[in-house]
Write a protein that binds this ligand. Structure first.
Ligand code: BES
Ligand code: ZN
Length: 895
């Protein structure tokens, strides 16, 4: 896949000699690079006795390990993973005999090789290693994290983040998911610190030098990437789930009540999964802990799940409904991994999606169970399904199952395809098989592979066994092939029968006709005006049959027929004009259910972007949403209008478009008002925040005035802003901010004690309009006031305006070496590149971005860069194609 992406850019640059030379050189280095190889299997680990002593002041650690090994094949060398670790001494003991090893390192492979004078015979052996390492500041491996005591003193703790390939930074090990072993961990830490690992403490000994030695119980057999240690100062709240598991939520000192919400979610979630999987929680305890410096959102270490503070802590007064919902989803996600991922682990990173796609699906099932009032499945359609389809329509997408080797390639697949497309195809399959068969199949799979590893095919085989359906054949078309189909639909009436014609072809974001001849097993359902939620017919399109006719009985002429009720099928639908016309009134009067209104609108938008229909048709559909009152439907529509708005920033119809959007939001804005109604629903709280944001952004003067007024009362202490409304208010006042207002917002940031509040402010800073303030915002992003993990949010926040987007890009170029070093190529860097460049809209910018990364390679962001550049070119084409039609439409439709 990687090679394909490179070839494509090679073709692009064919005629540009200077760039071509550089690319050819790159290509050569690629070819010269030896292919990635997994560790040799002649020697494999059985148990690690690991003792680590972090120095929280010098940021180093001492380590000692005794690894019990199986020598499977006689050999005179042992190759294991190790990087940024200095091995002081390594000896191998076989029976009575102990021999010193000669150690050599290979930086590129991230391995150490231990050489011995004589060949070691097959059988058991013990490897002892003394080593030293750095407690780094890169949020990976074993790293240090800064926190403040309640009276403001700055201190450091030590934390691990091993997924995917960074356990090797903490101790020499066989750092591959299939090389499972048991672990006996010992930590030596200052006496007054909390020290945690995956298992409960077995014994704790005070050493007398101010330190204590903590031994933990032996873990079950598990992968290295799931091991974890945390040393720091924490408070906790605890509870027990109905099935007897001790659950603790660790928070910063003095804030334990902020762990209460997550605790409640976890207490409900563990028994839910026990029932769903048919297997109890596999460990004696389950800790959830908030880490101040944390690159990802959360990490599923077995029995010790680590979280960003914003993904775990809820403050009664200052946390928004959106954060509550996010915490529930993240907890649901990570706890699902305790079975799916930790108990049964993918055999290799190619099957990462098994972990992430599955957890990204079941987190919704679990939140729907704990909080049905969130209507979370509708939100899934907007936040995962639609995002997946947008990315997967690019030529530079990749199949769900993708060959990967080197850690850079592994890092790169923690993306929307593995997560959101993975979750979407699981959801489609779950709907197709039904819950009972699906659950039974999962149980077979988990029992068959527990404490072991599995391939994607193993899951299909289990589901095939439980359901009798050809799951493997069907799902392979979804996981081994990139992209997805557009189903074209037309109809004719024959008496009381409606004949529906269905045809599939690959959907490409540029509207091009497919050259790859891809096709899928597509489960297609249909519903009608008389049965809007329950399908009246289900058919399975076969890959080899390109079109079918479906007969619906007793459907009168004029009655609407809709494809894909509930938006379960992973495909776009393109209706004939007459079918689409009959569906618009059903949007207006909301007889079409929310997920269908949302899905239809989003399909029309994607077809318009692809040039398969005109953007004007999308705008006509938008007008049918004037009476809309569902949060999620509005949110999805707002995303698309925002995307179109960003494109039109590069035209002279920017203002006309904004005033159209403004009018669209006014009725719902009136209805929602500014103040929460008594006992209002969770979704209405989200809707108010969204609508205020959209109205202010599109220039509604009443909303802007009110936001400013409320901001001032908030700052002078006369009236505190509710948590849900703060984000739109901060954005709004910053949009019109001068230096004084900007400083006031920075002051709020400084004074905020809750990380959520700090991040809320950081994410709105870039709304400022003046170049001087945008520059200040970008500088601030890199300052000590902002944690590295949040810097990217600040830079991204500047990309909402045309000027800010350009300045953010210049800033990234100027600060490239610092940024590349900070994130050392990881996924935060990919996200930063994607978000800053995605909305450019000219071919020249696409060339510029490509050119920059030829000179400044970002190995773990190669595909992301290709995707972004492809998108920039799509934007350019879209603008050229539809600008004048949109101009005319706006002239006619603005009153
Ligand atoms: N296993 C991941 C954490 C991870 C992400 C490790 C990237 C290495 C690289 C974890 O289960 C996860 O998926 N976390 C998500 C949050 C989740 C709710 C989608 C994250 O960190 O974004
Ligand atoms: Zn995950």
């Amino acid at each position: 896949m990687f090679r394909t992406a490179l070839n494509r850019s090679f073709v692009h640059y064919y005629k540009k000699s200077a760039v071509t030379v550089r690319l050819v050189l790159n290509l050569f280095t690629m070819i010269e690079k030896k292919p990635f190889e997994r560790l040799p299997k002649d020697v494999t680990p059985v148990n690690y006795k690991l003792r680590l002593k972090p120095d929280l002041l010098a940021f180093t650690f001492d380590g000692h390990e005794i690894v019990s090994l199986k020598v499977n094949k006689p050999t005179n060398k042992i190759v294991l993973n190790s990087i940024d670790i200095s091995i002081k001494k390594a000896t191998l003991t076989v029976g009575e005999k102990t021999e010193d090893a000669v150690v050599s390192y290979c930086m590129e492979d991230e391995t150490a090789t231990l050489g011995f004078a004589e060949s070691v015979a097959a059988g058991d052996a013990k490897l002892c290693i003394d080593f030293e390492g750095e407690l780094n500041d890169k949020m990976k491996g074993f790293y240090h994290s800064k926190y403040f005591t309640p009276d403001g003193e700055e201190r450091y703790g030590a934390v691990t983040q091993f997924e995917s390939t960074d356990a090797r930074r903490a101790f020499p090990c066989w750092d591959e998911p299939a090389l499972k072993a048991t672990f006996d961990v010992t930590l030596v830490v200052p006496e007054d610190r909390v020290a945690l690992s995956n298992m409960p403490v077995q014994v704790e000994k005070v050493l007398g030098d101010g330190c204590k030695e903590v031994h933990y119980l032996t873990t079950p057999i598990m992968s290295t990437y799931l091991l974890a240690f945390v040393v720091g100062e924490y408070d906790y709240v605890e509870g027990r789930s109905s099935d007897g598991v001790l659950i603790r939520v660790y928070t910063p000192v003095g804030k334990k009540e902020q762990g209460q919400f997550a605790l409640e979610v976890a207490v409900k979630t563990l028994p839910f999964y026990k029932d769903y999987f048919g297997i109890g929680f596999p460990l004696p305890k389950s800790d959830l802990i908030a880490i101040a410096d944390f690159a990802a959102g959360a990490m599923e270490n077995w029995g010790l799940v680590t979280y960003r503070e914003t993904a775990l802590l809820i403050d009664q007064k200052n946390s928004s409904s959106a954060t509550k919902q996010w915490v529930a989803l993240v907890v649901g996600h990570e706890l699902a991994h305790q079975w799916f991922g930790n108990l049964v682990t993918m055999e290799w990173w190619t099957h990462l999606w098994l972990n992430e796609g599955f957890a990204s699906w079941i987190e919704y099932l679990c939140v729907d169970y704990c909080h049905p009032e969130f209507d979370i499945w509708t939100q899934f359609v907007s936040s995962d399904y639609m995002r997946a389809l947008e990315l997967d329509a690019l030529h530079n997408s990749h199949p769900i199952e993708v060959p990967v080797g080197h850690p850079d390639e592994v890092d790169e697949i923690f993306d929307t395809i593995s997560y959101s497309k993975g979750a979407s195809v699981i959801r489609m399959l779950h709907e197709f098989l039904g819950d009972e068969f699906f659950k039974k199949g999962l149980n077979i799979y988990l029992n068959r592979f527990k404490y072991s590893n599995a391939f994607t095919e193993d899951l299909w085989a289990a589901l095939e066994e439980s359901s009798g359906q050809p799951v493997g054949r069907m799902m392979t078309t979804w996981t081994k092939q990139m992209g997805f189909p557009v189903v074209q639909v037309s109809q004719r009436q024959e008496g009381s029968k409606r004949i529906i014609m269905l045809k599939q072809e690959k959907f490409n974001a540029d509207g091009s006709v497919d050259e790859t001849d891809s096709s899928w097993y597509v489960p297609v359902s249909l519903c009608t005006a008389s049965s809007p939620s329950t399908p009246v017919k289900k058919v399975l399109l076969l890959p080899e049959v390109k079109s079918v006719e479906v007969i619906l009985d007793n459907v009168s002429a004029g009655e609407w027929v809709k494809v894909n009720p509930g938006t379960y099928g992973v495909y776009r639908t393109q209706y004939s004009a007459d079918m689409l016309d009959t569906l618009l009134p059903a949007i207006k009067d909301k007889t079409l259910p929310p997920r269908d209104r949302l899905g239809l609108q989003n399909d029309v938008f994607a077809l318009a972007r692809a040039g398969k229909i005109s953007s004007v048709e999308f705008l006509n559909v938008v007008k049918s949403f004037e009476q809309e009152d569902n949060y999620t439907v509005w949110n999805d529509l707002a995303n698309n209008l925002d995307q179109l708005g960003k494109l039109l920033q590069y035209t002279d119809i920017d203002d006309a478009f904004r005033s159209f959007v403004c009018k669209l939001y006014q009725p719902i804005g009136e209805k929602m008002g500014w103040d929460p109604k008594e006992n209002e629903s969770h979704l209405d709280s989200l809707l108010r925040s969204l609508v205020v944001q959209c109205l202010a952004k599109s220039g509604d003067s009443k909303t802007i005035t009110e936001a400013k007024k409320r901001f001032h009362s908030h700052c002078d202490g006369s009236c505190c802003l509710g948590a849900d409304i703060r984000s739109p208010v901060y954005h709004t006042v910053l949009r019109d901010a001068d230096e004084e207002v900007f400083d006031r917002v920075l002051k709020l940031h400084k004074e905020a004690d809750l990380q959520e509040e700090k991040v809320r402010i950081l994410r709105s800073l870039g709304s400022v309009k003046h170049d001087k303030l945008i520059q200040r915002c970008l500088q601030f992003a890199m300052s000590d006031e902002v944690r590295s993990q949040d810097t990217v949010f600040v830079i991204i926040s500047a990309t909402c305006s045309k000027l800010g987007r350009q300045m953010a890009w210049e800033f990234i170029k100027e600060n490239w070496s610092e940024l590349a070093n900070r994130y050392s190529g990881g996924f935060l860097l990919s996200r930063l590149i994607m978000s800053t460049t995605y909305h450019f809209a000219s071919n020249d910018m696409a060339k510029e971005v490509e050119g920059f990364f030829v000179d400044h390679p970002a190995p773990a962001a190669q595909r992301t860069i290709q995707q972004s550049c492809e998108n920039i070119r799509l934007n350019a084409t879209w603008r050229q194609r539809d600008e004048s039609a949109i101009r005319e439409w706006l002239a006619k439709n603005s009153t």
